[in-house]
Structures are given as C-alpha cells and as structure tokens.
Design a protein around this ligand. Structure first.
Ligand code: PEP
Ligand code: MG
Length: 580
C-alpha cells in the first residue's frame, strides 16, 4: 500500500520519479599530533585544500550566474573574500607550526573560537566574515579529507531529491534536467531554499519532517506540490490520478497562457488590482510577465541570503532594481521581518522561547535602531526614483507605528539637511497580521496611509497555531470563521475610514480563496506568480454580486469543514477544469 506524508508547498508542480536521498556533507574532524618533519606537508595540504575550495566557489558562482543571475552569484563573493583573508591563512599556518597539530583540528578550533568569541562584536564587516567563515571552514575541512561532496549538481539520473535540509547553494546548483522535484524535512515556505526553488521553477515541498526517514533510495514517489503531499510507493489508482493531474495542468497552462494580456476585471466590470509578492529583485520579471501591476510586498529580509543586512548604498542599489523597473507602478517595500521562522545568521545569538511571539519584525527593528535607520534611509532614497510605499511588518500596538513613523520623519529631516532627494509624500502603511490591530484598526487608520493584510501571520496569531508546525497543521486554516470575521471587519473599517486596503498573505495567491476574498470586499490582491493566471481566470469569470452572495452565505456557517465544502462545491461547479 502506498504511504503519504505531508509537506509545505514551496514551489508548485507535480512530478513522479525515483527517490534520491541526499546525505549532504558529514564532517568528522580528525585530531592528531604531527612531528617536525610533517609540518611542511601539513601546510601543503592546507594550501591545496584552499586552492580547491576557491575553485569550487568560483565554479558555483559561474554556474549560478549562468543559470540564475549575477545577483545570486554575488552571494558567494564573500566566501572568496574569506578564503583570501590573511587572518585565517596565517593563523592556521602559525598554529600548525607552533602546536604541531593536524590542520583539520587547528582549522576547526580557530573557526569555533572566532565564531564564539567575536560574534558579539559591533563591527559589521568583521561579523560578516565570521559567518562566511563558518560555511567555508566546513568546505575546507571536507576538501582536506578529500571527501567527495555528495553533490546534487552532479546527479547523473533523473530523480526526486530528498534531504534533511538544503542550503541555498545546494538548491541554486541543482541540475534542472535531472532534479525533477525536491522534498526537505526542514524549512518553511519562506526558507531560502523555498525561494530558490521558486526562482528555478522546481516543484518542491519543505517541512515534510519525516521525508528522509521514510523514503528509501530508489523508491518510486509522487511529489504533489499542488496539494502538499508525497506519495511513496504509489498504487495504480495514485498513478492514474497523477497522470490525470499532469494532463489537467498541461491543458490548464495552455488555456491560461491566453489570458496574459487581458486585464483583471470581473464580469460586471469591477477592476481588481493585482500586485506581486517578491523576495529577491530577480523575481520582478516573472511577476510582471504574469500581469502584476506593481509590487504589494517586497520582503526585504531575503535580499542578502547569507550575510547581515548590507549598507545603505547596497540596499539602495537592490531596491532600485525593482523600483526603477516598475516605475510608475508602486513598489511596497516592507522593512526587515527577521525572527519567527526567518532566523538569520546575524540573529543566531538571539534565542527566543517562542520565536513567533518574540522579538520579531518591527520589534527587532525598533531594538536595533542603527540597522533600522540604514534601511529607512535606503528606502527613502529609493523613493526618489519611482513609486515607493513603505510598510512595517507585525505592528501590534499604536505606540509602535507612532515610534516607527517618528524615526522616519527624523530621517527625512536628516536627508533634507544632507540635500539628498526623496519622496516626502511616500505612503507609510502597516501589515495587518496581529488580531490586536484589526480590533484597533479604526484608531490605527489615523496613522496609516494603507493597510495590507498578512494572513499567514494573522491566521497563526488568531488561532494560536504555529504556522510552520507540522503536528498541528490541520488547525491552521484561513477558513476558520474567526479569521473570516476579522477579514470582513478590516474591510469594513478600511472602507469607513478610507484607508487603501490590500491583502498579501498566501491566501491572496490561492485560487481557492479568490471568490471569497472578492465577496468580503478585497479589491487589491498581492501574490507570487504561481497562481496569478488561474486567479485572473477566476476574476474574469465571476461577478461581484455572486462573490458577495457566497461570502454572506459562508459568514453564516460555523464549522470550518462546512465552509471549506461550500467553497469547493462552488468552485468545482464553476471551474471544473481547475484542480483547486
Ligand atoms: C503574512 O504574514 O501573511 C505575510 C505576508 O508576511 P510573511 O509571510 O513574510 O510573514
Ligand atoms: Mg507576516
């Protein structure tokens, strides 16, 4: 009998193939003393490993520049700096000579010492080097031991890759010909790996928890990154339904591609604004090609994958790649949202008992003012070059927005003094992600030029369900009546107080919810490109009246199951071809 495991959809699609278990690099550090006559040989081993590692990094860079973009390749430039840093080379050499210990042992000790001892240092440049050094020292030690890295880039047969976790470089280096799909035990929808998967258009599930413990090398598996499951050892029925689903998707794609140049407008002529959600500037093209009329959510935290936030000039450069490109259409840049499931190297020392309820997003920015000021300066400067909106994540109190805005106004005054141009009328708004701000939305409306509903967090905070916990994922449901009531309430308040409103959580980008959201009163949806065509098709096939009737009916149902069934039956009747 076939087995099924669930996963979080990182990149949509459905594939069948043989499983390949990626074991990654497992490092054992040998520790032994050497004698005087072995010293030169030990240093030679180190120099050779250094050279080999440099070549590997350059090859990774080139491959990424060819396959993805130069921006992504630049992520690895800092690794090269580390390899060329005399701080490391000289210390390793000196210690080997003086203490007569083997080079892996010395290198590992220096790495740990640097990471532990200097991670709290203020100097940003030095901190970055240490983070890079941790990655690079693993690669170096691996090369010293002449281990052949288990590398998915060299996969010489078509396979579905299962891994405990994948680094961004593993993912970026994947051979698209042979990697049909991948599944990781760890990681959330917004992990770096998930972002890379979307950029490469490889179907992927993350957070499967049990994937690598259940699947064996060579098992036949179906990765269904449409419904979020892996079928291991599929039976005839599973395979038939897979073939049908593939065919439906193919036909749907042909059909939907015809919509490319048509506007997002309902049958009764109500125009719906569709914006894109992006994590990296390179995604701007794909969302625009799918019809996005601007960016509703630019998640700035993903700009620099392996490092701390870049300086003002570099941030400005990154923001301008999107702002200039979309000008005069709007680009909503969200300030840093670290914490929760987005733990970055520079927040490692920041252990939280309840990460999603801890020092996350605007709370982190307000406690790390220098970092916040740098980001706001860069966003304001970018505003001069296009139509920029500034958005704060996870606001939960009125005081926070007042404080954040006061900082923005102070920075505006600095920029004026420095004669640096910016858009003085830049709209400043907030994400609606915490129930407290829905309840106080009338009060917050006074301080906000716009609201954008982040349902990913609003659902988790309303239902008290960790959005990435596999164990309680069945409780995480945007169709819970409490969430729908909050959505309806926020629409009413936004209308009453004339605050422009959009919705940018994943709910906005899933065809299943489109009619309901239109019926609740949303007219601006911001989403990734994956389902933009399907959503356009739905928008163009419905009237607002029928969406409102559906929403009103649903708001009278009490059980989530009944709500779900009602929506699905409506969609199955109206869109039998869509696998929603
Ligand atoms: C959300 O919470 O809905 C949202 C869009 O923000 P993120 O997923 O980045 O937390
Ligand atoms: Mg959020």
């Amino acid at each position: 009998m076939s087995k099924k495991i669930k996963g979080i959809i990182a990149s949509p699609g459905i594939r069948m193939g043989k499983a390949y278990i990626h074991k990654g690099i497992s490092i054992i550090i040998p520790q032994y003393m050497i004698n005087e006559s072995q010293i030169e040989n030990e240093i030679k081993r180190f120099v050779e490993a250094l050279e080999k590692t440099k070549k590997e990094i350059v090859a990774i860079q080139e491959q990424i520049a060819d396959n993805l973009s130069k921006d992504m390749a630049d992520i690895f430039r800092s690794h090269l700096f580390v390899l060329e840093d005399p701080l490391i080379d000289n210390r390793v050499e000196e210690t080997v000579r003086k203490e007569k210990r083997n080079v892996e042992w010395v290198l590992n000790d220096i790495s740990l010492e640097l990471i532990r001892g200097l991670s709290s240092i203020e100097d940003e440049y030095l901190r970055e080097r240490i983070i890079d050094f941790s990655d690079i020292s693993k690669r170096l030690i691996n090369n010293l031991q002449k281990n052949d890295e288990s590398n998915i880039a060299n996969l010489d047969m078509e396979a579905i890759v299962f891994a405990s976790d994948l680094t961004p470089s593993d993912t970026a280096m994947m051979n698209r010909e042979n990697v049909l799909a991948f599944v990781t035990d760890k990681g959330g929808r917004t992990s770096h790996t998930a972002i890379m998967a979307r950029a490469l258009e490889i179907p992927a599930l993350v957070g499967s928890i049990y994937g690598t413990s259940i699947v064996r090398d060579g098992d036949l598996v179906i990765v269904d990154a449409i419904h979020g499951e892996v079928i291991i050892g599929p039976d005839k029925e599973d395979i038939d339904s897979y073939v049908k689903c593939q065919e439906n998707l193919r036909l749907l794609e042909i059909d939907l591609a015809k919509l490319t140049h048509l506007p997002f407008v309902t049958l009764d002529d109500v125009e719906i604004t569709i914006h894109g959600n992006i994590e990296l500037p390179i995604e701007r093209d794909i969302v625009k090609e799918h019809g996005a009329q601007g960016i509703g959510l630019f998640r700035s935290e993903f700009l620099f994958l392996d490092k701390s936030l870049p300086d003002e000039e570099n941030q400005l450069k990154e923001y301008r790649k999107v702002v200039d490109y979309f000008n005069p259409d709007p680009v909503t840049i969200r300030t840093l949202d670290v914490g929760g499931d987005k733990i970055f190297s520079y927040t490692d020392d920041y252990k939280e008992r309840n990460p999603f309820l801890g020092c996350r997003a605007i709370r982190f920015s307000l406690q790390n003012i220098d970092l916040f000021i740098t980001q706001i300066r860069a966003i304001l400067r970018a505003s001069y070059f296009g139509n920029v909106k500034l958005m704060f994540p996870m606001i939960s109190t009125v005081e926070e927005i007042i404080r954040a805005k006061n900082i923005v106004y102070d920075i505006m005054n600095d920029l004026r003094r420095e004669r640096i141009p910016f858009d003085a009328n830049i709209p400043i708004g907030i994400m609606i992600e915490v129930p407290s701000v829905v309840i106080n939305a009338d009060i917050l409306s006074e301080y906000c030029d716009f609201f954008s509903v982040g349902t990913n967090d609003l659902v988790q905070y309303t239902l008290a369900v960790d959005r990435i916990s596999e164990k309680i994922s069945s409780l995480y449901n945007p169709l819970n009546l409490s969430v729908l009531r909050l959505l309806k309430y926020i629409v009413d308040i936004a209308n009453q107080y004339s605050v422009p409103l959009s919705i940018c959580g994943e709910m906005a980008g899933e065809p299943k919810y489109t009619m309901l959201l239109l019926g609740l009163g949303f007219r601006n949806l911001s989403m990734g490109s994956s389902f933009m065509y399907q959503i356009k098709r739905i928008i163009r096939s419905v009237t607002i009246d029928e969406c409102e009737a559906l929403a009103n009916e649903i708001l009278c149902l009490t059980k989530t199951d009944d709500i779900e069934k009602r929506i699905l039956s409506e969609l199955k009747t109206k869109f039998p071809m869509m696998d929603i």
